[in-house]
Design a binder for this molecule. Sequence first.
Ligand code: ADP
Ligand code: ZN
Length: 747
Amino acid sequence: MALRCYTPRVLVEVAVAAAVRGRFTYRVPSALAPGVSLGQRVAVPFGKSRRATGYVVGFPASAPDGIELRDVVEVLDPFPPFTPELVELLRWAEEYYLVPPGELLRAALPPGLNARRGEAGPARRGVEYAAPAEAAAGAAADPKALARAPAQRAVLEYLLARGRIPVEELRAAFPKGRPAVAALARRGLVRLETETPVARGALLPASAAAPVLTPAQAAALVELDAAAGTFQPFLLHGVTGSGKTEVYLQAIARARGAGKGALVLVPEIALTPQLAGRFRARFGDDVALMHSGLSDAERHAEWLRLRRGDARICVGVRSAIFAPVQDLAIIVVDEEHDPSFKQEDGPPYHARDLAVVRAKREDAVLVLGSATPSLETLENARAGRYRKLELPARVDDRPLPEVELVDLGRLRRGGVAKLPGLLAPQLSEAIARTLEASQQVILFLNRRGYETLVVCEVCGAEAQCTECAVSLTHHARRGILLCHYCGRTERMDARCPACGGVRYGVGVGTEQVEAAVRELFPAARVARLDRDVVTSADDTAAVLARFARRELDVLVGTQMVTKGHDFPGVTLVGVVLADTALALPDFRAAERTFQLLTQVAGRAGRGAEGGRVVVQTFNPRTPAIALAARHDYAAFAAGELDRRRTVGYPPFTRMMAARVEGSEDGARRSAEALAHAARPALGGEVAMLGPAPAAIERIRGRHRWHLLFRADGPKALFRVHAALARVAVRPPGGAAIRFDMDPYSMM
Ligand code: ADP
Ligand code: ZN
């Protein structure tokens, strides 16, 4: 193919955020050329006279012949929303995670910004502006003026095209243009002016004093300090309450002392006011928060503060891995094992894994902190790729709580048929004693609703969703049957719609636990925390605040009660049913169970009184449960790693899922077409599992199939992916196909 060659920056490669996604080459009109930099948003013609938004992702030197190139229409921001480092990170992520070009770029911006324009400006406090003076147009029009000063002419033309702009932007466009700008100002062709800033509300003082570190914390900080300025990943393994957060805070203080920025990723649910408050208390307004509890406008404002350099520390959830933190020196991933770092809906990526990539590209120190490190991270530490730092004891040497296992199977075999709220006598007695001592209780159950299954006594029919292949959950207070996958509701009828027989419910959910506690302990102040009772981050914060103020005695809830909270009044944690995560169709089910139990047990005994944990289970001898009860992470991890090695699962292999959704016929045919196309590409290195219907065969009326590919490394998987491209573009029967690299959910 013949190539036409162009001088640099005459052509741009643009990732277009449109229905047909891809990277396309455009020509840059000379008037716009100085303003077009990497990461800039531009308007481009797309398809038939359509105007689409895109992001500049590269500057190709040549374009394929035979294609008529079109011009960039407009540059949309005075300053690119993405730094060159972020453009590179996003590009890497799109390639690794097999995401169509432009999709992650779009997902990485705060919601408001995609729709707005012209707001990524670098308006720093005390902003300096440059503007063309009256004489500028005349000078530019005269070919003899500035004939011997091409740099000045270029700057002047740029300014005439764009009007008054921040000097910082001019510097970005002309990195060596400072003398030219000064000369133009002396000639009276350019005006330079400084604008007084508008005060940004009352600044939060950065006050809270840092405690003196324990010897283990101090040793960890010394190592982090020694690595400053280089890419060095660390695993900070410390039991809950061992002072990991304090280590992050002091390491970040060092980075800030050196004028550098920091990024802290935390799990979705952990970003409660408590954790955010600790960062804000230490660093004040230097912290920008990024989480789903913020409004679009707030998120946009926080994002802008980072982009402008007004805030240099970002504390945020998964998507904050793309936050425009300036001059990044350290990335912290707290609770690095948490599954919420893996995005399941929308473009799939793993924020913890991207943190490794970002830290490497920006020469930053990386701290992966956890009480129960993921087996991937542990294996990286064992192989010497990460350095391991340990905080083996709780601060002040408070002991870890004692964990007692209650064997529900044995109770049942012993004739105890029905436990209200599934509370075994041991657990209700423990609750009674705790309440008598005026202390607090957390009860954890990872299932919402009153009963998880409603069955007819006569014909045995289960209440099922008509759109999804799952049973409906009974929510008693609302009097409905609810599908937890599509949100469909039905009135709860005590009679079977098929035969008129009486229906009964099985499977305890949080609503039933709450009801049982209220009935058993009428004097206790009880609240529930799950997605049925709280719908916003503010609601969640309000419930947690009441609990922290000890206006509540018992808190019943789903995973929302397990994370990061520090309630000194809690001396009893009850796990109503430890087995819920064990049954998931996921090779990480055991790991997940161990992590959840350790996490929730860590909520007990954070005060002076010590703590106790009661775990109810039908599987008391399963390693994930038995070893969590003994706080024995090392034994659990060793056993589980052995098992993974034997069966050939990550971290010893890599996986890629192809997920198919469509009509019954379309989904099956597409899955078969994928398998057919994949077979010749498997070679000896890739194992293919499936095609098979997914664990949940139907959601929202769409049938679901999947294939899993497993290999020693990603290269062979990319090769298989390439072989599937043709099927993926036009799947039989109109199905949709998504690829998922390093998949989590096998549902
Ligand atoms: P983790 O993040 O490992 O769960 P934290 O950093 O939250 O642990 O510490 C647990 C508790 O101990 C917190 O209340 C924290 O303020 C306190 N703490 C941490 N480090 C110290 C220290 N060096 N001296 C005194 N208190 C500390
Ligand atoms: Zn449904």
